[in-house]
Design a protein around this ligand. Sequence first.
Ligand SMILES: C[S@@+](CC[C@H](N)C(=O)[O-])C[C@H]1O[C@@H](n2cnc3c(N)ncnc32)[C@H](O)[C@@H]1O
Length: 212
Amino acid sequence: MGRILVACEFSGIVRRAFAARGHDAWSCDLLPAEDRSNKHITGDVRGILDDGWDMLIVAHPPCTRLCNSGVRWLSAPPAGRTLDEMWADLDAGAALFSDLWNAPVERIAVENPVMHKHAKARIRNYQEPVQSVQPWQFGHGETKRTCLWLKNLPPLVPTNIVEGREPRVHHMSPGPDRWKERSRFFPGIAEAMADQWGELPLQSDLFERATA
Ligand SMILES: C[S@@+](CC[C@H](N)C(=O)[O-])C[C@H]1O[C@@H](n2cnc3c(N)ncnc32)[C@H](O)[C@@H]1O
C-alpha cells in the first residue's frame, strides 16, 4: 500500500477514499482538517513534498487567478484591487501549481479548471491536461468542468453517468463559507481515483517486496 499525499485539501474527501482502501493517506492544507483527522498536516504543502510520497493528488489548488473564468481581472481589476495585485496573485498561484507539478513524486494528479495562457506560460515543464471530467460522470447531478494534469497516471474512467446537469453553484446558499462549499471535492471522483489509481504499482510496494 502506498504513501499518498493529498495537497490543498481541508475536507478530507480524497484522503478518506484512499485510506478506506488501506493506503497511508495524508492531507495537507493551510487550513485545519474539517474532520480533525490526525492524518492531516496544517501548513504549506511545499515543505513536505520531499518526504517520500508514492502519489501526490492536488485536489484543486487555489485557482482564482489561473483559470479562464478570471482572466478578465488581469486587464480590469475588481473594485478595491490594483492591476499589480492581480498579476502578483497570478505569479503566486502559478508558482504553487509549478512546485506541485514538478514535485519529486512518481505519480502526480493536479485538478483545476481550464487555465489561461498567462498561467500556462508561468508553469515549469507545462503540459496540457490529459483529460477533463464532470461530476455527472461520477454520480453527482452537477456540472463543473475540471481538468486533470496527470503524470504516470491513466485518465479516469467514468463510473456512474447520471442525468442531472445543474451547475454546482445552484446548490449553494450565500454566506462566508460559500467558497468552501464550492471548492469541496466530489466524493464520486475521489472514489474513482482511489479505485483506479490506488491499485497501480507504487514505489512502496516494490520496496516492501524487495525487502521481504
Ligand atoms: C480551492 S480549495 C480546495 C479544497 C479541496 N477541494 C477540498 O475538498 O478540501 C484550495 C485550498 O488550497 C489551500 N492552499 C493554498 N495554498 C496552499 C499551500 N501553499 N499549501 C497547502 N494548502 C494550500 C487553501 O487553504 C484551500 O483550502
